[in-house]
Write a protein that binds this ligand. Structure first.
Ligand SMILES: *Cc1c(COP(=O)(O)O)cnc(C)c1O
Length: 398
């Protein structure tokens, strides 16, 4: 047995970790350093789109590592243009800025919105954000986040955000009534960290219409719910709308750090040379990961798989635990599923790992399942077979 350190003397104390260390993976299965096997229903928090050790991705990355890992944005990176064109095609938008993480993509979106305002003479631009939102942990993105636990200890927060409740068009109108400084509305189509909370289709359409009327940017954070997870490339596409700005990250590179902010015509030319940049963003390794991830999602029809297997998983969960006292709701779309319990259930993360299943609990009482998009129905049944008894057991305790 390799003992996994209970304390970490040299890494900062930023995570409450489950006491296991993963060594390798294959498909939706991973093994820890002691050889114990787990079914991976977390995918590194919606990151490992293609599961682990995908043969075509690994081959492409090996090839890329042997050629060039990093160059610099001083020079052209051919796969930036290729990946940007692909993202434009899939989203119906036009131009992309590449970075490395979700918070960086959101930071770029916030800068775009502010400069959009300044360019039309608004000196103190304000952005509408949402209760329970999560946009990252930089000072600006944690200010946009709707969670006091994320903000506590880091004030003063960045100003210029107006917070509203989800799915309430009257509240959005009331909060912005007569305010000439509003420049953008910014939300996740399905909130991830906030507890798998979807925006309703009708609401998405109403906000799009309002943004058009008012000349506001519609900025949709698809960092977690995008890249095929819900069965469409981007979750807002279920509502038949297009945003003006769309931050991406997590699943875009199947595990290689990558972020992107995708813009439509109203936001595509806001940044000019010197306005924004990053050293690592768009580097050849990350771009290759993005290009190959999308190619494999297309070739293997993983959007349909996410929709079908997701519906199967949700149905199986509903049958097995949906009726239990203590299960408030099972929600989500495709392979982004939340099971809300009536009380905090953080202990289930470690108990599930013990039982051979990787999951997470978010917003205190929501079990989150965001497995790789290659999940099969049989593997979905396995997830339920492990999870359902744990939930039943948990609910039988006080
Ligand atoms: C994870 C997440 C982020 C932050 O991404 P990082 O890569 O951790 O900075 C932002 N928005 C959403 C919706 C996320 O799920």
């Amino acid at each position: 047995m390799t003992a996994v350190e209970a304390s970490s003397p040299h890494t900062m104390n930023t995570y409450g970790r489950v006491p296991i260390a993963l060594s390798h993976g294959q498909g939706v299965r991973v093994w820890d350093v002691n050889g114990k096997q787990y079914l991976d229903a977390l995918a590194g928090i919606a990151v490992n789109t293609l599961g682990h050790n995908h043969p075509r991705l690994v081959e492409a990355l090996r090839d890329q590592v042997g050629k060039i890992i990093h160059s610099s944005n001083y020079y052209h990176v051919p796969n930036q243009e290729k990946l940007a064109a692909k993202l434009a095609e899939l989203s119906g938008l036009t131009n992309v800025f590449f970075c490395c993480t979700g918070l960086e993509a959101n930071e770029a979106a916030i800068k775009l919105a502010r400069k959009f305002g300044h360019d039309k003479g608004i000196e103190r631009p304000e952005i509408v954000v949402y209760e329970k939102a999560f946009h990252g942990r930089s000072i600006a993105t944690l200010s946009a986040t709707g969670n006091e636990k994320v903000q506590k200890g880091f004030g003063p927060l960045v100003e210029g955000f107006i917070r509203v409740p989800l799915n309430d068009i009257a509240a959005l109108k009331a909060a912005t009534e007569g305010n000439p400084n509003v420049v953008a509305v910014f939300f996740e189509t399905i909130q991830g960290e906030g507890g798998v909370n979807p925006m309703r289709i009708e609401y998405l359409q109403q906000v799009r219409e309002l943004c058009d009327q008012k000349d506001w940017l519609l900025m949709i954070d698809e960092v977690q719910c995008g890249m095929g997870r819900t069965g469409k490339w981007f979750a807002h596409q279920w509502a038949g709308i297009k945003p003006d700005v769309m931050p991406l990250a997590k699943g875009l590179g199947s595990g290689v750090p990558i972020g992107a902010v995708v813009a439509g015509p109203r936001a595509a030319n806001i940044f000019q040379p010197g306005n924004h940049g990053t050293t690592f963003g768009g580097n050849p390794l990350a771009m290759r990961a993005g290009v190959e991830t999308i190619r494999i999602i297309e070739e293997d029809n993983l959007l349909d798989n996410a929709a079908l297997v997701g519906a199967h998983l949700k149905g199986a969960l509903a049958r097995e635990i949906g009726g239990l006292d203590g299960v408030r709701e099972i929600r989500g779309q495709g392979l982004m599923i939340g099971v809300e319990l009536t009380r905090p259930c953080g202990v289930l993360t470690a108990r599930a790992a013990e039982a051979g299943l990787l999951i997470s609990v978010t917003a205190d009482n929501v079990i989150r399942l965001v497995p790789p998009l290659i999940l099969t129905e049989a593997e979905a049944d396995e997830i339920v077979a492990i999870l359902a008894p744990l939930v039943r057991q948990f609910l039988s305790e006080k």
